[in-house]
Write a protein that binds this ligand. Structure first.
Ligand SMILES: Cc1cc2nc3c(=O)[nH]c(=O)nc-3n(C[C@H](O)[C@H](O)[C@H](O)COP(=O)(O)OP(=O)(O)OC[C@H]3O[C@@H](n4cnc5c(N)ncnc54)[C@H](O)[C@@H]3O)c2cc1C
Length: 440
């Protein structure tokens, strides 16, 4: 072993059965699954593993509130999360501490009740709880919440620990995972994928899995695939460890929190959707209209420098020189401090036990969203051999382990663990897709 390999910098091989683009939770769980199945796999990541959404998220692993089309895959994912620490030999922080959506009004309780129909269909333990039950579950509230939607079996995990640990396990099992290595594009032969061109060389392969998060649309463009994908900006903070605050992950009016493995809390506003208007906003206006309408009360559209940045993005580029993926190794947007301050105020006024919480860090992330807020896990019609696993629309961390496995089932021709039909990309092109059922 060279010193580079010992430091985790693996050599790029000339060929592999499967090449994965993107080292977020989706690409990493797919690489783990392929390595466990003994299939040669290379994962290329332009920055670092879990540098973007997959370490910046809240860490909720929930069934509650999901679009019913996702529920079978989410149930599979929870099963995978339960066994993950054992599987990779490191505590991922996974804990079935439950998820609560607070309700202030009868109409909010009714909306929660309407979703319960989905839970019943899949035998999920979600239930409506009264104000009194809420008081014993989440004591110390000073607000007049009248009840909540509660799912006891829902969980949480520690994103910044879990995903790199999964990548380390995949490496131990033979996966080659290279960081600081952007994939520039796909080469084809006779209509099929033949290789992937990276900034450090070409890897010939039979299949490519694109798990590129917010970059997937750009990657698809030169291939003639018009992936309908937009981004929203989400700001988060974490506190130092604090005692006496709730265990259950909770979403209220203008605050959300989740207890961390270190005893601190990950906190966000959660009741606003910050959306920067970009050229694609106009291009996809019709396709995203239903989703935007559904989220109209929370949606905060604004014009920013992002419009010009995306206006200047190329539609195609030569593969033998640096392309757009080498320009931004890690997308690290500025958090919206006013929103985070507001979230802290809302939280402390509802749960005064957070009064002494000391803020340790603040950050933001862009979330990739597709028109029905249901992910794409699917081959494309052309070139053959190219698969997408993207568009997780703000809830891909929890469903990640199942999604990565499903992508591998499709690539290897194994019997898929859940019906892959709801995730096909063609729903956006042949209009077979129904609109959004649940929100982002
Ligand atoms: C603030 C925030 C809160 C969230 N909260 C939750 C939550 O509580 N629960 C939940 O389930 N989900 C949550 N999400 C959503 C979740 O984080 C994402 O859905 C999930 O992480 C997506 O994983 P991914 O692997 O698809 O993408 P990413 O994690 O974004 O990874 C994609 C990777 O691909 C790499 N890449 C792209 N193009 C190339 C290229 N050409 N070459 C090489 N590498 C490339 C990128 O650098 C990136 O590292 C949240 C997201 C955010 C931002």
């Amino acid at each position: 072993m060279t010193s580079n390999e010992a430091n985790g910098v693996q050599k790029l091989p000339k060929s592999a059965e499967v090449v994965i683009v993107g080292g977020g939770i989706i690409g990493v769980t797919a690489s783990l699954s392929l390595a466990e199945r003994g299939i040669p796999v290379v994962l290329v990541e332009k920055g670092v593993v879990a540098g973007e959404q997959s370490s910046r998220n809240w860490g909720w692993c929930r069934q509650q509130g999901r679009d019913p089309r996702e529920l079978p895959l989410m149930i599979e994912s929870l099963r995978a999360w339960k066994g993950m620490s054992h599987r990779i030999g490191i505590d991922t922080g996974f804990n079935q501490s439950g998820v609560v959506y607070l309700a202030r009004t009868i109409s909010e309780m009714e909306a929660h009740d309407a979703w319960l129909e989905n839970a019943r269909r899949y035998e999920i333990d979600s239930q409506l709880i009264s104000g009194r039950e809420l008081d014993s579950l989440l004591p110390g509230s000073s607000d007049a919440y009248i009840g909540a939607l509660f799912t006891k079996s829902d969980g949480r995990a520690e994103p910044a620990i879990a995903v790199p640990a999964m990548a380390r396990k995949a490496r131990q099992l033979g996966a080659i995972i290279v960081e600081n290595t952007a994939a520039r594009g796909v080469e084809t032969h006779g209509g099929s994928v033949s290789s992937i061109v990276t900034e450090r060389g070409v890897i010939s392969c039979n299949s490519v899995l694109l798990a590129g998060g917010i970059w997937s649309r750009l990657f698809c463009r030169p291939l003639g695939i018009d992936l309908p994908q937009l981004k929203i900006l989400s700001s988060v903070l974490r506190t130092h460890p604090i005692k006496g605050c709730p265990e259950v992950s909770t979403s209220g009016h203008g605050f959300s929190f989740r207890k961390r493995l270190d005893g601190g809390y990950t906190i966000a506003h959660g009741s606003t959707i910050n959306y920067e208007i970009v050229p694609d906003s106009f291009r996809f206006f019709q396709q995203f209209f239903k989703l935007a309408w559904q989220a109209r009360r929370e949606l905060r559209p604004r014009l920013s420098r992002r419009f010009v940045v995306e206006w200047e993005l190329p539609r195609s580029w030569a593969l033998d020189r640096p392309g757009p993926f080498e320009q931004i190794r890690i997308m690290d947007p500025t958090p919206m401090l006013s929103e985070l301050n507001q979230a802290m105020q809302n939280l402390v006024s509802t749960y005064p036990s957070f009064r002494d919480a000391q803020i340790a860090a603040k950050w933001a992330g862009y979330i990739d969203v597709v028109p029905d807020a249901v992910p794409i896990i699917s081959p494309v019609s052309s070139p053959s051999g190219l698969y997408l696993a993207t568009g997780f629309s703000g809830h891909g961390f929890g469903i990640g382990p199942g999604a990565g496995e499903l992508a591998v089932d499709l690539i290897t021709g194994s019997s898929p663990r859940v019906d892959p039909q709801p995730f096909v990309i063609s729903r956006f092109f042949d209009r077979s897709g129904v609109g959004p059922v649940a929100g982002i």
